[in-house]
Design a binder for this molecule. Sequence first.
Ligand SMILES: Cc1ncc(COP(=O)(O)O)c(C=O)c1O
Length: 440
Amino acid sequence: MKDQKMLMGFTLKHLLVLSLALNVGLISRVVYVGEKSVSGLCLENQDKKEAHDSKKSRLVTSTVSKELQNGGDGVIDLDHGDPTMYERFWHEMGEKSTFVIAGHQSISYFSDVRNLCWFLEPEFANSVVRLHKIVGNAITEDRHIVVGTGSTQLFQAVLYALSPPNASEPMSVVSAAPFYSLYPLLTDYLMSALYKWAGDAYEFSKDGPYIELVTSPNNPDGSTREPVVRRTKGLLVHDLAYYWPQYTPISFPADHDIMLFTVSKSTGHAGIRLGWALVKDREIAKKMTNFIELNTIGVSRDSQLRAAKILQAVSESYDYVGNSKETEPFFEYGYNIMAKRWKQLRAAVNKSKLFSLPDFPPGTCTFSGRTFESQPAFAWLKCEGEIEDCESFLRSHKIWTRGGKYFGVSSKYVRISTLSRDETFDLFTERLSAMELESP
Ligand SMILES: Cc1ncc(COP(=O)(O)O)c(C=O)c1O
């Protein structure tokens, strides 16, 4: 009876939302007008990214393979954190990570009408909880799971949920520099009256409520982070996209009020476009769900089912440990590649007098038992000496990176993705070493 009532209330309310979304053509026109500037990865670095669509990435990839045969002097694009380095693992997993969706599946908008997040597939939720339990990187008990089209959508949902609708001015949104380059763009692109980007958390001195984004390990510099503003009216959002054992030692199960995760950086499935939020407060989870209802009327069910299969395959790769050598567990695979790449990168940087990289303190990982230094998904490279614009300098050597100004700091820094395919990364480190030889 209670369920029936819930369902009735749910259905009426949600039908209203659906009919609104399906009938108001104007909304789609407005969205379309905005699309040019928000499409694809343009958001990350608007002024020079317009040509950076997937077509271009494919072109660059093929250029790289071609140039490998020709001695390797073409463009190396390490600007985006496109996690293609996991491709080989998933290729080898074959059937174990293959999910077939029949024509009759996922037809309804609704996944689980009894759940606060009614578009969350139970299988996806179960696979998220199972994986967190195995890795020990986040508490899932007494949390609501909200699924989003990438953690990018959840980020916007969380800003919406945390900003009071009747405030006299927009809520300030801050993050310690260097911060993820998308935060300012995502916060301000709609010029919302609810929230506004207020820059570097270290510089934030305004009274009143604010949202602080705590990204740990951080994109771009890989540092482990805590909140920096620490005032009573602050609301914290922990972006834990990289809190996985291939990148950093897991030191405790994270237990924050709002935590964001994504399959893009955990398993490398950026194209599935799925993220999840673990949220303590029911009202916040509800408002996030409302945002996603209004924004996209839920999240692809097909994607969730596929992601569930992927996450299960990761969990199951640990069932085999000790029993069979058939499958290398996923995080072992990721850890080993990252370790190799960081070694290779540090060797190239050490050979040169032109650059430096941050050092990370060693920590013991509660998941693997291994003691190691973080080996982040991005290298935060500094051009030493007289080179002031590191991005342009590397660009003149046909290496595309993202300059420090996009992260709120000096252009002596660049962010370099370490998640490319092997051949691209090898070519990059080779070229970096050779640059030292060419320098005066
Ligand atoms: C810190 C951080 N948060 C969120 C995201 C976005 O993830 P998604 O692909 O799930 O939208 C990224 C992607 O690079 C990221 O680096």
